[in-house]
Design a protein around this ligand. Structure first.
Ligand code: HEC
Length: 126
């Protein structure tokens, strides 16, 4: 095989490998994002955790309560993810109404910061 043709083949193999590798990385990142949102959904729906369904209608949750606004179009309504996090956490300045039935999940240590972040990822899919 002529040397130039050999080099050409190597270059092609490297190019194909790069394409396959980057596709794999993209898929892995996508899966990770999905699973974080799914974990968040579990926490939100779990009666011993978020129990959000007791008061909020959300996604495909069964027999939701009706005392709170339905959680939908969250990304459009909260373009700042941190604001949504702070609201669920119960940070000063972004607290819910003073007499709200909703507990400040972070402040009361009902959920960890990590759990709230996962719930926020899930809410962003709504
Ligand atoms: C005990 C009832 C109750 C539970 C449980 C509850 N909420 Fe709420 N939530 C409310 C009420 C009532 C409001 C209405 C607004 C207010 O009180 O300020 C509200 C408001 C909100 C808001 C702001 C309003 C909006 O639509 O943007 C968000 C976001 C929210 N809740 C998310 C959650 C999430 C996430 C969970 C679960 C981790 C949860 N809530 C659990 C009662 C509840």
């Amino acid at each position: 095989m002529a040397k130039s043709q050999w080099m050409h083949n190597i270059a092609r193999i490297m190019m194909v490998t790069t394409v396959i590798l980057s596709a794999t990385v993209a898929t892995a990142a996508e899966e990770k994002k999905l699973s974080t949102a799914e974990e968040g959904k579990k926490i939100a729906f779990d009666r011993a955790k978020g129990n959000c369904l007791a008061c909020h209608m959300m996604a495909d949750g069964v027999s939701p309560g009706e005392i709170a606004p339905p959680l939908m179009a969250m990304q459009a309504r909260y373009p700042d993810k941190q604001k949504l996090f702070d609201k669920i956490w119960g940070k000063p300045g972004v607290e819910l109404m003073p007499e709200s039935q909703m507990l400040p999940f972070g402040k009361n240590k009902a959920l960890t910061d990590e759990e709230i972040s996962k719930v926020v990822e899930f809410l962003y899919t709504l």
